[in-house]
Design a binder for this molecule. Sequence first.
Ligand SMILES: Nc1ncnc2c1ncn2[C@@H]1O[C@H](COP(=O)(O)OP(=O)(O)OP(=O)(O)O)[C@@H](O)[C@H]1O
Ligand SMILES: N[C@@H](Cc1ccc(O)cc1)C(=O)O
Length: 362
Amino acid sequence: MQKFLDAYEKFELIKKNLAEVLTENELKEKIENGIKMKGYLGFEPSGLPHLGWIVWMNKVKDLIDAGVEFNLLEATWHAMINDKLGGNMELIRKAARLTRDVMKALNVQVDKINFVDAEKMARDKDYWALVIKVMKMTSLARMKRALTIMGRNMDEADLDTSKLIYPAMQVSDIIYMDLDIALGGLDQRKAHVLAREIAEKINAKKPIGLHTPILTGLDGGKRMETGEIDEQAASYKMSKSKPNTAIFVNDSEEDIKNKIMNAYCPPRQTEFNPILDINKYLLFPQNGFKLVIERPEKYGGTIIFEKYNELENEYANGKVHPLDLKTATANSLIEMLKPVRKLFEKDDIKELAQEILKGITR
Ligand SMILES: Nc1ncnc2c1ncn2[C@@H]1O[C@H](COP(=O)(O)OP(=O)(O)OP(=O)(O)O)[C@@H](O)[C@H]1O
Ligand SMILES: N[C@@H](Cc1ccc(O)cc1)C(=O)O
């Protein structure tokens, strides 16, 4: 049963575990004025979901609980422009359907989500009028810098100029759908900032940007020391186009264990530590979660953490060994992903996953 939340509780729930809200005041105002907010997130259906996606899926749950009318854009066209699944639209559509099933297995309230088909939107000439308007108001340099939102760098449109349309489409998606909230990882920031600026200029609804933190790749990421926060986030994120940095939702127990055991996890280092990130962003946010670290008496005996901060402090002080942390993390993750592995035991899903994996081109 849905609990009635007051304005303060709604605000706290929406901003919980986020890296950034653009801006908190705007969000507060909408909530206080009792506005029924419309939110969205877009994703490229172009492979199998990985742990990084669960970060936004959890936020979608919070938004729905806070009464936000949620739209999930299956960005099929965008995936095609971005050379995913060999541009095979049929397969891209299938990958979108699989993501829905995964969300359901992870207890996201899919029946309350409005799934938006990018191809349907692109059939409306008003959509393309908006894309052109957005391009008219954006310099080439800015559009190129925005390619981070598709996991590309500035010069990657030099040989394929369709890539320059992608950021304009993403901005137009937001304005076309008349959204109050645009949700995405921090790496999506440039699209949201641009949408806010352009919306203001053309008197459209100015979206609030909600940005989740980015889960570090298992290799610790090839981190840029300079650049804006979103550019840095794009450089270290766990990503499906770098499969060796990612744990996929359907990975076997053994794969999860091996990947975790081989992951970057320097002693006492709490930043850009993918194993701590998994605890912070995925395991501890689960209701009633406890991390149980089993150790022989001579190494301090079993300890149980109920709060992430306590784990982080003990790790920073060298009181928890990376190997013990990894073992406990792998066990908890295996448990968390159990319903998804069960889903992938179904023949049709197994087959579909194989077909998608075979089709991956990037
Ligand atoms: N490691 C991550 N941590 C948190 N959020 C993530 C992570 N990876 C992707 N996301 C978020 O998931 C959504 C979909 O992103 P995207 O399709 O780029 O994922 P991806 O798997 O990294 O893809 P690709 O490797 O193909 O660029 C975006 O909002 C993005 O910010
Ligand atoms: N750029 C997003 C996908 C996306 C596409 C269109 C959107 O309107 C929103 C998000 C990504 O890389 O995953």
